[in-house]
Design a protein around this ligand. Structure first.
Ligand code: UDP
Length: 246
């Protein structure tokens, strides 16, 4: 992007630029992929665009369902305009099915359906390797007021309800996902970051037998190949859904 806009922050998968309106930012989605706290890195041409388009559609859908989000509008295919937020340094993971780190850290078998959604909260801190954290430790660190943590957990459960049925409609199983929240300039809590196959596990329900077909970043984490094909398939199903429901 031209230097008319100042780069405020660069993360692993996105760049955040200033906007002439101080209440807004411009978010550019990169083609870079990282896993295992950036120990594994690669570039996938077109990933930024797909994640941006998928996130925009999902944020719009969540907004229609009364979830406050930072998303304002698409600027182009790999860039969106969002409300400026002060990001709360917590990663809120919700799991419907046991997979990934939950199975590495416990005796729960991969693929176990959880009788109720499990929320795992991680401290967003690369140096500490994003550790799993407790409510009491969050309190000790004064990261946020406990009433705000309750609001975030409640929003996460609501988002899960909305997204589970949304993805089911397009033949996808929402296994788990990670959310980030922040405060806008008026101190409202908004959903931030992105919602894409980079931070959701999505399994294809169009399978005759019980094999797991991941259409998400596990294609990269587990060297399955076909990441762009999988993300394109998600984007295509989402677009078809909105065409049909218009
Ligand atoms: N996740 C994420 N960013 C992270 C860690 C996890 O977006 O830094 C997402 C991940 O894509 C999955 C969910 O959170 O949808 C649960 O991930 P898990 O804790 O199983 O971690 P992983 O398998 O990456 O070790």
């Amino acid at each position: 992007m031209k230097n008319k806009y100042e780069l405020i922050y660069e993360g692993k998968a996105k760049k955040v630029f200033s906007h002439e309106d101080l209440e807004k930012v411009i978010i550019e989605f990169k083609d870079d992929a990282t896993a295992f706290n950036a120990l594994k890195k690669a570039k996938f041409e077109g990933k930024g665009k797909l994640n941006c388009l998928i996130s925009a559609k999902i944020f719009e859908f969540l907004k229609k369902n009364n979830i406050p989000t930072h998303f304002l509008e698409l600027k182009n295919e790999n860039t969106m305009i969002a409300k400026k937020i002060k990001v709360i340094p917590l990663e809120i993971v919700l799991r419907n099915i046991a997979y990934g780190s939950l199975c590495k850290q416990t005796t729960i078998k991969p693929g176990t359906k959880l009788t109720k959604p499990l929320i795992d909260i991680y401290l967003k801190n690369d140096e500490l390797n994003d550790p799993l954290i407790t409510k009491d430790r969050i309190k000790l660190m004064n990261i946020l007021e406990s009433k705000d943590l309750d609001i975030i957990i409640d929003l996460t459960l609501k988002i899960n309800g909305i997204l589970q049925s949304f993805f089911k409609n397009i033949q996808l199983q929402l296994v788990d996902f990670k959310l980030e929240f922040g405060y806008d300039l008026k101190n409202n809590i908004l959903l931030g970051d992105e919602i894409s196959p980079d931070n959701c596990r999505l399994w294809d329900l169009n399978q005759k037998n019980d094999i797991i077909v991941s259409l998400d970043k596990d294609r990269f984490r587990n060297d399955l190949g076909g990441l762009i094909e999988a993300y394109s398939e998600i984007n295509r199903r989402i677009n078809d859904f909105f065409k049909l429901t218009k």
